[in-house]
Design a protein. Structure first.
Lengths: 128, 128, 128, 128, 128, 128
């Protein structure tokens, strides 16, 4: 059963975040492998694998929250990749980040947008 | 033109938040009417009125961010109403809030869920 | 195996938080029973059950973090009960909260202290 | 010397916050008198007593920060009283809070404004 | 009318933040030009252009809030430049940042002070 | 008496944070020496010098809070050094940080863990 959670989580992590997700896991493995294991099991095995909300909406929720919280740029970058990987358009990503100016203020939106800018450049996405 | 922003914002506020939105505006009118005016013009006239992201995704982004920020329960209640008003299912709302346990911790998710519980009770929604 | 995580978590929750913990779980059951289940499985089944850090230190860490975050008074109350339940003295609890004035500012420390005051009164603890 | 810090701080607290400040101190005295003592000595004895920034600017800085942080409404109320006590106009207070919509988002500004509304009502201030 | 908001905002941005402000706008233009436009129109065209609070007090409020929030160092740097541009003394800036140790804790004050240190060095300001 | 607070604080700072603490103080000395002085006097002279909570518990509280707050990596690094200096094991440090996934979310725990990784590498600590 645990095996199932881990396996289901690893597959979901790979589907959403791809190489960027694997890098996070590998980076943690040498300091606290159980944190890496829990990331796979709980967020990806338990949460992202749930039905009742499509994956695109889940990534919109995550990009929005990470932009608003404003103190986790590396995770925001991973999830902007994830949002694009599972079918969000670049425009949808920037709209979500822009909207955070309303709820978390302009600095959070600006800093989130500059993370998106870097991700888009890595992927060769031309905007706007 | 300003008239247009205000009018477009007021219509959008009414569409999304209905009476709960009007109450916020009226409550502010006696202390700082310009804050009420700016809420109508900028978030609703400028942001929610934009194309390129559907209204349902916008409300998912807002419910997610307000849950994660964790210090704005009244606004979260208004936007859970808003999410339901524009077509999110109760289940989609609770999925978004649940997901915030991953990004903002369990206390934020618990407190957000209890706001949803109250909104659902006001609307006579039976869960789960 | 899942059964084990849940059972281990439920026992740990009962040991630490007692009735206050059960109330949180029951309160969530009617809106999102899976959030209640995840609370039992992950924080209590996976984290608090770990060795390598004694339970008293874990509660000190939690009281400290919740005081510093400053937006989760209900959870802070539950964990001040928990800290006292598993052997922290009232003085140790107030010292942790006091120390947060340094890291999160005086408002966070004051608000945390007033939560402790209420918990102490419920338990008939006389301070200082 | 300590006596001097405490005395200087108590006088400054009384000048700025008056009865609202004394209430905070008294409320803490029964749970952690040293927190009350440190509030008098450090913020008021060490910081507010400094030259190089006038008291009005100090209260503007505090009202602004507490509005933006968004999780310390009781302290915001005390310092809105303080700002008015030392010569800020009601309009200056609401302008500072309004401006926080830009930096911390509209929910923070709305919640701060509603704290101001309550303080103004207590003092019989008619706005706008 | 929109033209007026934009023009008024651009002039105010130029007055306060000068080149640092223009850099922010230009940096955003290639990813989301509308965010750049909204920054000019709302914060600068609508808020900083208001009467009833002098510009120096507005910059004190902003430096204070950004220091306390602690997750927007680039914006803090821009507004320390802004505060100095419109007549705050270096000493007034450091006093505001120092005061945040009280409300947001010492780490926020230290990190804010190190941003000020860098800005002062860029401008050739000798302190203390 | 002030001399005593400063001297007591300086000794405590040296005991806990050693060279990393002195670097913070020296770095601030050229921009705001009074902030450096207050850090020595209040956190270290007044708080860390108190009895009723052992130093190891104090460092656990600080590492926990700084991880959860998520916007003060430099201070977290200093206090992970401090925790190790006064007798916490590397495993206890990583357990505290891991636990913050529950209260502040996975991004805060991941970012805190990567700060610990760097500190451990500086000290030649092999994990896990």
């Amino acid at each position: 059963m645990e095996q199932t959670r881990y396996q289901r989580g690893f597959d979901k992590l790979s589907e959403i975040d791809g190489e960027a997700g694997h890098n996070v896991i590998n980076n943690l493995a040498s300091i606290c492998p159980d944190l890496a294991k829990f990331i796979i099991e709980f967020p990806f095995g338990d949460i992202y694998s749930r039905e009742d909300l499509d994956l695109k909406s889940r990534e919109i929720a995550t990009v929005s929250a990470l932009t608003a919280m404003g103190n986790c740029a590396p995770q925001l970058a991973v999830h902007i990749h994830g949002a694009l990987n599972i079918g969000c358009s670049p425009k949808e990503v920037t709209e979500v980040i822009l909207q955070m100016a309303v709820y978390a203020g302009f600095p959070a939106a600006i800093n989130g947008m500059l993370v998106a800018k870097q991700v888009f450049e890595e992927r060769g996405i031309i905007t706007p």
